[in-house]
Structure formats: C-alpha cells, structure tokens
Design a protein around this ligand. Structure first.
Ligand code: AMP
Length: 503
C-alpha cells in the first residue's frame, strides 16, 4: 500500500541508485544522493523545530535541485511544503505568510536578507547546512509510521480576487492517484527524459517531478532564459536528448510562432508533447504537428484545486486552424459533472460549468473556510451522503464526439502567459495607489494584453511603479486607457461589457 510520495523516491533509489534524477545547468543529483540528502534535510528540520508535525514549511530558494531536495526533506520530517517565488514582492509574500503561518523557511545565504525583510519570525534553516545534517534514522521511521495518505503534501498559492492569494492544499493520495494515471496513460518509464518548464510554485510541475520519481526517469530543469530564445531552446532539447515535455501552451507557441523548427531538427529525440494550463490554439499546434508529425500530443485540462489536471485529450485527428482543440474526457478515477444554472446535468450541447469529483480534490483553501465553501460544495445530484465537488468556474460543452470543449470563464480569472491571474488582484493593487479613484481591468485575448481603465491622467510607467511592490511583474498592465468616467451598469457596478468596445 502506498501512503506517501516518498515510496516513489525510495523505490527508484533502490532500482537506480547511481542514475541522475534531476539536473540543472551546473549541477545534477542521483537517486541515491537525493534520498540521502532529503533524509538529512528532514532530520535537520526535526532537530531545529522539535515536535513540529503536519505543519507548513516554506521553501524560499531559486528554482533548482535544492528546492526539490527540500520538498522531499520536508515530507520526511512529517510536514508539507509551500514554494514561494523569490522574485515576488515582499508585501505579497507577507500576505501568503499571514495565511499560511509556516513553522519554518528553508533558504540560503543569498536570499537570507529577503527573508529578513518579510514578517516571518520563526525558524530559518539554511539549505546548505541542513543538507549536511546527520540522518536521524529512528525518528524518520517513527514519523513515517504515523503518516496517512490524507496528510497534506503541499500548499500552492494562486491569485485571489480580493488581493490575497489563496493556498490550495493537496494530499499525498491525490498526487499518487494522478501520477499513477499519467505514467500509465502515457507509458512513462525509466527511459523518459523530461524537459521541465513549469516553475515549482505552479502545479504543472507536479507531473514532471512525480512522474520522474515514480518511473525512475530523469528531469532536466530548463534554464528560464531559454524560453525567450526558441532556437537555443530547441538546441537544448536536442543536446539533452529530451523526449517528453509538459509545458504551458504559451511556451509551445513561442517556439512555433518564431519558426524555430526551421533551424533545429528535434524529430529524432522528442516523442511526447503534453500541455496544460490555458487554451492551445490549433493554429500553433498545427505548426508543431507539421514539423514533428510522429510526436504524441495531448491537451490536459484542470485547475490547481484538483491536482493539476482532470481531463485529457490525446490528439488523434486533424483540426482546422480555427477549430477549438477539445480538452477531452475525464481522467481515470475522476468524475466530471457539467452543471447548468439550475445545477442539473447539461443535455446535448448545452453550456454548463465543469465540476469535478474524486480523489484528486483538494481539501480546500488553507486557513480560508469562506473561499473553500464557495468553491467546494456538496454534489447537488447527491442528497444521500457527503460528497464534495469542486466548481471550476470554467464553462464548457460537449461536442459530437462526447469530448469536452472549453469555452470561457464564468468570472474574472484569466490566463496570461500561462499564469493564473484574478483581475481583481490587479485592480486591488492599483486602487491602493495614492489619489486613485475607480479602475477596472479587462483582458484583451486577441493581443494577449492586460488592459487597465482609469479616470486619472497617469502613464503606464507610473502605474507600474505604483504596484510593483504589490504584485508580480506578470500582473502589470500592458496598456492603460484613461476615460473621463468609467461606465456603470444598472446595479451601479463598473460596466465591463461597455468597456470591451475600447479594446
Ligand atoms: P491553474 O490553477 O493555474 O492550473 O489554472 C486553472 C485554469 O486554467 C482552469 O480553470 C482553466 O480556466 C485554465 N486551463 C487549464 N488548462 C486548460 C486547457 N487545457 N484549456 C483551456 N483552459 C485551461
């Protein structure tokens, strides 16, 4: 019986102790070393924060192998992890810390000064020291015996409409369920060489990390800069002999738009291209398919709250450039309910909200019962016993093949360059600027631009300066439009529909 993800690591470490599991630009680590170092980190946590169990621990390091060792170490210590992006403004980090109330932050000398700028006042562990700690075998075993698969593995924070990020909790059982399904479905074995794009604070990385660990595969952390240089990126994939990637569509589109395939041929190595996180336009996918016709392509769909993805479509037919690509059918052990406004199952091609049930469901937002109650509700079709479903806020319909087609959002959540953003979080930040009255944000899908409407005579640069300590740079408006007065609807709210004419 598998209770925690540590079984993946230990099984692969006993099968392939010398094999490289993770690599980054100047460093790599074998399965054997990973297990040993993670146990050292776990022991150091136990020693530093005695009695701390089933509590959140933050990892505050640059993206790299040390983050992954820390994740495993935290699990060994009986706690759960939250990675925080070191580039995030301190005020937003503080909001996360306030919600999470972590017991400890793992960082390094380079980022220690930033930790000191935050409101965090508990244990700080330096990664380099923790990695060399003595392994407390007996204590690690005791902790292991007490674990259940409903213990949390991680809490990942996503943008919140009120300006405070929400912490999505996920249990071991959900990641095990997902990893087992994906490795089976896509025949992922020790031969796989992953090219990781997703940041570790974004849930797409779950597939890369845990499928690698389970299968005894290898994962290369692709340097971030390469995602702005498609030819170098493809050369990297070729040189590292990467045969599987799971990226956000924005990253795939960057390659196809700039026609990088004309310069580098990766047809000998790349075998599987999976993507998830936002709409993949067929126009761009068709370019990939033209240059790499023998590759398996799959569109995965899902929010963080249901453990990365809950539906999947393996591309098996031709599509015109202007046709939508289906998000497919439910993954194994996952139930999808498409509910209309009366909370009944839709009929035919009626539009409804995609709702999810199954082991994949998060047990809710950390320290936030109100938001949890809004999104995680009793299955309206089941009056007999407790059964939670998650309301995604995504509107979908079935096509003639019985596949799901994603249409749009019910609310003001957007996807911009693969990032999940609540427009309300940007509006909140802008409204907090001195002298600012009303403002409103819309997303211009066609031009992939966040557009901010204001009544003040302020330049885009001034706005960005005013919010740069509040939100990450991917939330900055791409265009600012000044109006004498923002239009109002009959309810006295900003009329977003009327504003659309200015896009
Ligand atoms: P995140 O929690 O960051 O993974 O974002 C989840 C949201 O991204 C979903 O609720 C959808 O709105 C959108 N999304 C994820 N995957 C897809 C997909 N394959 N096609 C269209 N939208 C997607």
């Amino acid at each position: 019986m598998q209770i925690s993800i540590l079984d993946y690591l230990e099984n692969s470490a006993s099968r392939f102790p010398e094999k490289i599991v993770f690599s980054e630009e100047k460093k790599q680590i074998s399965y054997g070393q990973l297990e040993k170092t993670a146990k050292a980190v776990g022991s150091s946590i136990i020693k530093t924060a005695q009695g701390v169990y089933k509590r959140p621990i933050v990892v505050f390091l640059d993206k790299g192998i040390d983050v992954l060792i820390s994740f495993m170490g935290i699990v060994y210590s009986g706690n759960f992890y939250t990675p925080i992006d070191v580039h995030m403004p301190v005020s937003r980090i503080n909001k996360i810390l306030e919600t999470l109330q972590p017991e400890m932050m793992i960082t390094d000398e380079e980022h220690l000064h930033l930790v000191k700028e935050t409101a965090f006042a508990k244990h700080v562990l330096l990664f380099q020291e923790a990695a060399q700690a003595e392994i407390l075998t007996e204590q690690l075993e005791n902790i292991r015996e007490r674990m259940t698969d409903t213990d949390l593995l991680y809490v990942l924070f996503t943008s919140g409409s009120t300006g405070t990020p929400k912490g999505v909790t996920i249990c071991h059982k959900s990641v095990i369920d997902y990893t087992d399904y994906i490795t089976d479905k896509f025949d992922i074995t020790e031969k796989e060489i992953f090219g990781n794009q997703a940041p570790f604070y974004f849930d797409n990385s779950i597939l890369d990390i845990y499928c690698t660990l389970k299968a005894g595969a290898t994962m290369h952390i692709i340097p971030k800069e390469l995602f702005g240089q498609p030819v170098l990126l493809l050369e990297y994939l070729k040189n590292q002999r990467i045969n599987i990637i799971f990226w956000v569509p924005s990253a795939l589109i960057m390659v196809s738009k700039l026609k990088a395939f004309r310069n580098v041929d990766i047809s000998e190595t790349l075998r599987k291209v999976l993507f998830c996180g936002e709409v993949m336009p067929n126009k761009q996918l068709n370019i990939w398919r033209k240059y790499l016709p023998h590759v398996l392509y799959a569109n995965l769909y899902g929010p963080t709250e249901i453990t990365d993805a809950c539906t999947c479509y393996v591309v098996d037919r031709k599509f015109e450039d202007n046709e939508p690509l289906p998000i497919g059918t439910p993954m194994g052990n996952t139930g999808i309910l498409v509910l209309n406004e009366g909370d009944e199952l839709v009929k035919g091609d009626e539009i409804g909200e995609l709702c999810v049930r199954g082991t994949c469901l998060s047990p809710g937002y950390y320290n936030n019962p109100e938001k949890t109650r809004e999104a995680f509700i009793q299955n309206p079709l089941n009056k007999a016993y407790l059964e939670w479903i998650y309301r995604t806020g995504d509107l979908v319909r079935y096509n003639e093949y019985g596949e799901l087609i994603y249409l749009s959002r019910k609310d003001f959540q957007i996807k911009h360059m693969g990032h999940r953003i609540e427009l309300g979080e940007i509006e909140n930040a802008v409204s907090s600027m001195e002298g600012m009255s009303s403002c409103c944000c819309l997303y211009d899908e066609k031009r992939s631009k966040i557009v901010l409407f204001i009544e003040e005579d302020l330049e885009k640069e001034t706005i960005i300066n005013g919010i740069k300590n509040l939100v990450p740079d991917y939330m900055y408006p791409g265009k600012v439009i000044k109006l004498d007065k923002l239009p109002m609807n009959a309810n006295g709210k900003t009329d977003r529909v009327a504003l659309k004419q200015y896009l």
